[in-house]
Design a binder for this molecule. Structure first.
Ligand code: GLA
Length: 398
């Protein structure tokens, strides 16, 4: 079996074991899709802004056998349960039990709704993406499903279009109002690179990760209870900001069209809280471009400043950080060799992302293990991750 697309060495063994669980006639196919971590550009995607995520070697695999039935039957090794759904009558209105299979069904519905042919299969899936920790296990499941469901030989739209289809499935079918970043990163990832995604046009460029820096994800272990409702509130606050600014500024249709000068000119029109949300988004877009330049130039001081500014803005202006995320960042930035650290993803718990000089990873791990639990009472988890290729079929050698 080829491990060309697999960042994680144990992936090959896991995938082989997964395939072996499928008995019966017919060849076994294998697809994979990575989770993601966002370097910077938070809560900008649904404002048609810029984001800079990387696909990471925490992945979902599905081993499957296509069959003639218009149905999917999938066993989750992690949940140790089998779920199924039929393509017949598949629609957001007839959505069944709320479960992990909904993300597969959502993708099937959205692909078919977009005019793409789909096929049924029976399969087994396994995952190393921690669930509910903000590393986009849902998007990874959607993108892996999109490969398993695709009819071989049918033209496949590019990663940005597939991401938009999967996002629509999650918005409409699952009912989660996410932006496009997570699906896009999982679909388009490139080994050793972050992706600069322009969420206005759904196109991306790759940004090499500097040699000598590791990506370290620290999970706070704190629940993300308020996430869905607070996320939607933030989205509406941004929309209100756009509406009020556009009354005076023709041509504004998203916060992407607003710069700092325009925001200042219009601040008096905005409720105070809306002005703060807009200020975060407008400045975060600028920080994304500055981060791309700092990564290119290997400017470690700038990276540290930009991550710190993003975190402070998410904490004070956008108000999506938490005491646990703040503590984790505080602890990390005091460790020698930690270049930059901030909360990543939607917030309200979940993970931080840090850029760490090679050789300092274990020191960071030791300090976090020694201090974080004392400060918060919660058990942290630390993942040293690598940027990997996006979702796809894994070719299996005979
Ligand atoms: C979640 C959403 C993304 C994005 C981030 C915040 O991960 O799924 O679309 O909005 O939050 O940057």
């Amino acid at each position: 079996m080829s491990d060309r697309h697999m960042g994680n060495p144990s992936a090959v063994a896991r995938a082989a074991a997964l395939s072996a669980r499928l008995e019966g006639p017919g060849s076994v196919h294998l697809v994979r899709a990575p989770g993601r971590v966002n370097l910077i550009g938070e809560h900008t995607d649904y404002n048609e802004g810029l984001v800079l995520p990387a696909a990471i070697d925490r992945e979902i695999w599905i081993a499957f056998q296509p069959w003639d039935r218009p149905e999917v039957e999938l066993t989750s090794a992690g949940f140790d349960e089998t779920r199924s759904f039929s393509f017949e009558g598949l629609s957001p209105e007839t959505r069944g039990a709320k479960s992990w299979i909904d993300y597969v069904a959502a993708t099937a519905w959205a692909m078919r709704d977009a005019g793409l042919p789909i096929r049924g299969f029976r399969g087994v899936m396994d995952s190393t993406v921690p669930i509910g920790s903000g590393l986009s296990s849902s998007a990874a499941l959607e993108m892996a499903s999109s490969w398993a469901l695709a009819v071989p030989g049918a033209p496949r739209p590019d990663a940005g279009v597939m991401a938009a289809i999967a996002q629509r499935g999650e918005n409409r079918y699952v009912g989660v109002n996410c932006g496009i970043m997570d699906q896009f990163a999982s679909a388009a990832g490139q080994a050793g690179h972050a992706l600069l995604i322009d969420c206005r046009v759904n196109q991306f460029k790759t940004a090499p990760m500097p040699a000598g820096l590791s990506l370290v994800v620290c999970e706070t272990g704190s629940a993300r209870k308020l996430e869905a409702s607070a996320y939607n509130t933030r989205r509406s606050e941004c929309e209100l900001g756009v509406k009020l600014i556009a009354e005076r500024e023709p041509g504004v249709r998203a916060l992407r069209d607003v710069d700092e000068a325009m925001l200042e000119r219009n601040r008096d029109r905005l409720p105070e809280i809306v002005a703060r949300r807009c200020e975060h988004v407008v400045r975060e877009d600028v920080r994304v471009m500055a981060t791309v330049a700092a990564l290119r130039d290997g400017d470690l001081d700038a990276l540290g400043r930009l991550f710190a500014a993003s975190h402070a803005s998410l904490r004070d202006l956008y108000e999506v950080s938490s005491a646990e995320l703040d503590a984790m960042v505080d602890i990390a930035v005091a460790v020698p060799g930690v270049v930059a650290s901030r909360m990543t993803g939607a917030g309200f718990g979940g993970c931080t992302v840090s850029l760490v000089k090679h050789g300092a990873e274990e020191a960071l791990r030791d300090v976090v293990l020694a201090q974080y639990q004392k400060r918060t009472g919660l058990e942290p988890r630390i993942y040293i991750v690598a940027a990997v290729d996006g979702a796809g079929e894994v070719k299996q050698d005979a």
